[in-house]
Design a binder for this molecule. Structure first.
Ligand code: HSE
Length: 429
C-alpha cells in the first residue's frame, strides 16, 4: 500500500502531540497499518510562528483549501476547534472523499449526526474518539467492546477542570473562588472557565456518550445542566461527615425505552468507583446488563493523551482502507428518542436547610416530605448558628424529580424555613 497522507487542521496543543506521535511511533504505526504515514500539510493561522516541535516550514499553510482540495491527502485530522467554519471544512473534506478524524466535542455534540450522515454518503470514515475523555478509549469501549451488551447507565467525570477544582476544595477545605483562581494561574482552567464550570463542556460529552451508549440520538438540549460555581466548602464538609464525595457527574440512565441525561454536582458515596477519581483525571462508569459494572479511567485532556486517541482513530481509518470498508461503521441509532418525564426520573437528594430554631419546625419539614411519600436516609441536626438559626442536613431516599421540586417549593413557602442553603443529587453504590 502507498503511504498515507494526512492533512492536519490545527497545530495547537493536540496538533503538536499528533505530530510527535506520528513521528516517534512511525515503526509501530507502519507495523500496524502496513505503510508509512506522512503529514503532508498543516493548517495554521501563522506560518511564521515558532513551534515546540520540529516541522518542515514548507508543509505549513494558512489556506485550508490547500488541504481540503489536495487530491493526495487521504485523511484530514481536525484539531483546531471551533464550530461553524470547522464544520464547513469537514463537510468539504468528506465530499472530497477524505476520511476525517476529529477531537472536537463541541462540533460532534451539536452536529455529529449531520456530519456522520455526510461521511456515510461519501463512503468516508468519521471518527472522534478524542472528543470524550481525552486519551481514554471510551467511545470504542462502548461501540465495540460492549457491542453485545445493553447499556443502562453511564456516569462520567468528563471534565478535568471541575474535577481538579472539586478535588482541591475537598482535600484542602478551600473555597471555590480561591481554587479556581489557582487553577487558572497553573493553566488547568481557562481564562474564561464558563463552559467548564457551568457544566456545558461535560454536557456536550454526555450527549456523545448517551447517543452511542443507548443507540438513540440525544441532543444537547436534552441534557439538564447545572455547574459547580455555587458549590461551597461547607457543603463539601457536610457531605464528608455523611460519607460522600462531591463530583460533577454526567448521568445518563435508560429504563425500558426511555432515557434521561443530566450534568450536576453530585454527592457520591465514598465507596463509589468514581469517588476516588482525583484532580484533572476523567473516568466513565458504564453499567451493562450483561457485563455489570465497568469503569474507564485516564487523562481527559493534554497534548499527548488526546493525540494518542486521535492517532488511534487514524490507525482505524487506515485499517479500514486496507480492507475497503470505510464509511460502513456509521451506524444510525437503533431507537427513536424517548425521554423520561420528570415523574419518571428518580434520585436521592441532599438538602441543607436553615430554619428558625423553634419547637415543631422539624415536624413541619418532615410533614412536607411525608406528604410526597419521600422518607429520609440520613439526618444531621447541627448546632445553632447565629440569629436563632438552626441547620438541618437531610439525605432522602429515592424521590421523583417532580416530588423533589414540589418539596423544594413547599419548603420555600414555609415560614420557619429561612433558606434551603443547598441541595444536590446523591448517588450511593
Ligand atoms: N476543558 C476540558 C476539561 C478539556 O477541563 O476537561 C478537555 O475537553
Amino acid at each position: 500500500m502507498k503511504s498515507i497522507s494526512i492533512g492536519l487542521l490545527g497545530l495547537g496543543t493536540v496538533g503538536t502531540g499528533v505530530v510527535k506521535i506520528i513521528k516517534n511511533h512511525q515503526d509501530q504505526l507502519m507495523h500496524q497499518v502496513g505503510c508509512p504515514v506522512e503529514i503532508k500539510k498543516i493548517l495554521v493561522q501563522n506560518v511564521h510562528k515558532k513551534r515546540p516541535v520540529e516541522i518542515d516550514p514548507n508543509i505549513l499553510t494558512s489556506n485550508a483549501d490547500d488541504i481540503l482540495f489536495d487530491q493526495d491527502i487521504d485523511v484530514v485530522i481536525e484539531v483546531m476547534g471551533g464550530i461553524n467554519a470547522t464544520k464547513d471544512y469537514l463537510i468539504t473534506a468528506l465530499r472530497q472523499g477524505k476520511h476525517v478524524v476529529t477531537a472536537n466535542k463541541d462540533l460532534m455534540a451539536l452536529h455529529g449526526s449531520e456530519l456522520l450522515t455526510v461521511a456515510s454518503e461519501y463512503g468516508c470514515d468519521l471518527f472522534y474518539e478524542a472528543s470524550v475523555g481525552g486519551g481514554i478509549p471510551i467511545l470504542r469501549g462502548l461501540v465495540d467492546g460492549l457491542a453485545s451488551d445493553r447499556i443502562t447507565q453511564l456516569m462520567g467525570i468528563v471534565n478535568g477542570t471541575t474535577n481538579y477544582i472539586l478535588t482541591k476544595m475537598t482535600n484542602e477545605g478551600r473555597s471555590y473562588d480561591e481554587v479556581l483562581k489557582e487553577a487558572q494561574e497553573l493553566g488547568f482552567a481557562e481564562a474564561d472557565p464558563t463552559s467548564d464550570v457551568e457544566g456545558l463542556d461535560a454536557a456536550r460529552k454526555m450527549t456523545i456518550l448517551a447517543t452511542l451508549g443507548f443507540s438513540m440520538h440525544i441532543d444537547l438540549d436534552d441534557v439538564q445542566v447545572r455547574g459547580i460555581s455555587n458549590v461551597t466548602e461547607e457543603d463539601i464538609k457536610y457531605g464528608k461527615k455523611l460519607g460522600y464525595t462531591m463530583k460533577l457527574i454526567g448521568y445518563a440512565h435508560r429504563e425500558g425505552e426511555k432515557v434521561e441525561a443530566s450534568v450536576a454536582p453530585t454527592f457520591l458515596s465514598n465507596n463509589h468507583p468514581l469517588a476516588s477519581v482525583q484532580n484533572e483525571y476523567n473516568a466513565v462508569y458504564v453499567y451493562g446488563e450483561a457485563v455489570g459494572e465497568t469503569m474507564f479511567y485516564g487523562p481527559g485532556a493534554g497534548s499527548l493523551p488526546t493525540a494518542s486517541a486521535v492517532v488511534s482513530d487514524l490507525v482505524a481509518v487506515i485499517k479500514n482502507l486496507r480492507i475497503g470498508v470505510n464509511g460502513k461503521s456509521a451506524v444510525t441509532p437503533q431507537y427513536p428518542k424517548r425521554l423520561k418525564e420528570d415523574s419518571e426520573k428518580y434520585s436521592k437528594y441532599f438538602l441543607r436547610i436553615h430554619v428558625q430554631d423553634e419547637v415543631g419546625v422539624f415536624a413541619e419539614i418532615t410533614t412536607i416530605f411525608a406528604k410526597h411519600g419521600v422518607s429520609f436516609e440520613e439526618i444531621l441536626q447541627l448546632p445553632i448558628k447565629k440569629n436563632e438559626t438552626s441547620e438541618i442536613v437531610l439525605v432522602t431516599h429515592q424521590a421523583s424529580l417532580t416530588s423533589y421540586e414540589q418539596i423544594l417549593q413547599e419548603l420555600h413557602d414555609l415560614q420557619a424555613v429561612k433558606k434551603v442553603k443547598s441541595t444536590y443529587r446523591v448517588v450511593r453504590k
